[in-house]
Design a protein around this ligand. Structure first.
Ligand SMILES: [Zn+2]
Length: 294
């Protein structure tokens, strides 16, 4: 979708409301109180008012846009700009483009990322899945190797039967141990899946958890031969994070990884990106500021 297409689809606040209303009431408005099919839109307050009983129904309730003070049109522009920028959008860029304060642009972006995460959490990986550990974020000055304070993460990459990457999940974790592996796989990988890992003992419980487990400790084989695609995806994720979001604190690194995964998982559907992201945002539950900061 081009800028012109976007403007044609969403020229004003009303059209954005109509879009949300269509998601809320796919078969057209039905008053939850009296069943009437006729309603008027009170645009300023994002409400539909039933023409029969005057019951008011929020268009944004239960969505990411609930109680927002930002006009929907500004939100839709933000989602569009994020969707069409493959490298990821920064809060500074967005605040300039939409003439909103930096803080607000920052919060909007994080809400969009939360919607991305919510969407991807509804899918599980299956078939053949490679599992690996990774470290994200800028390395600390004067520290090296695995002892740094960089964010630790577990990575799962689903493969096609002929060994090509399909979908990825990345979860930061306080510790890289058997328990965090268990939590990670339970949430995101279907039981019975064939898992491939390196020889680290944090993966030794996978068979017990109902997975087929191929731990590769073959002598003379480098880990790169075994977890080839996973290592490429991890390296791409690092580039995505460092390239766009310099000096990023560990605190929010999961959100950026969520965005990376969301984009990666839809890399063959770029032309549908805006439609899909808008739908993800319109169907994601509200996120509070407290949740964003955590
Ligand atoms: Zn009614």
């Amino acid at each position: 979708m081009s800028l012109l297409d976007f403007q044609r689809h969403f020229p004003d606040e009303r059209r954005c409301h109509e879009y949300l209303a269509k998601i809320r009431f796919p078969g057209g408005f039905v008053c939850p109180r009296c069943g009437s099919l006729s309603a008027a839109l009170i645009e300023k307050r994002s409400l539909w008012q039933c023409r029969a009983c005057r019951n008011q129904v929020s268009v944004t309730a239960g969505t990411m846009f609930h109680r927002t003070r930002t006009p929907l049109l500004v939100w839709f522009w933000a989602i569009f700009l994020v969707a069409i920028d493959k490298r990821g959008h920064s809060a500074l860029q967005l605040s300039r483009e939409l003439s909103v304060p930096y803080d607000r642009a920052w919060r909007m972006l994080h809400k969009i990322r939360a919607a991305m995460a919510y969407r991807d959490a509804q899918y599980t990986l299956d078939g053949i899945v490679e599992l690996d550990e990774a470290y994200f974020g800028a390395p600390d000055e004067g520290r090296r190797g695995r002892g740094t304070r960089r964010a630790k993460a577990l990575v799962a990459l689903g493969l096609t039967p002929d060994g090509k990457p399909r979908f990825v999940k990345i979860q930061t974790t306080k510790r890289l141990d058997a328990r965090s592996v268990k939590t990670f796989v339970a949430a995101g990988i279907a039981p019975g899946t064939t898992t491939r890992t390196d020889g680290l003992n944090i993966y030794s419980g996978l068979r017990e958890l109902g997975f087929v487990h191929e731990a590769t400790v073959a002598p003379g084989k480098s880990e790169d031969d075994v977890l080839y695609w996973t290592h490429i995806v991890i390296s791409n994720a690092k580039t995505f994070i460092l390239g766009t979001f310099h000096g990023l604190g560990d605190m929010h690194i999961q959100r950026y990884l969520d965005e990376f995964c969301y984009r990666f998982n839809r890399r063959h559907r770029e032309t549908e990106m805006f439609d899909r992201l808008l739908f993800a945002c319109a169907s994601a539950p509200p996120t509070t500021l407290a949740e964003l900061i955590l």
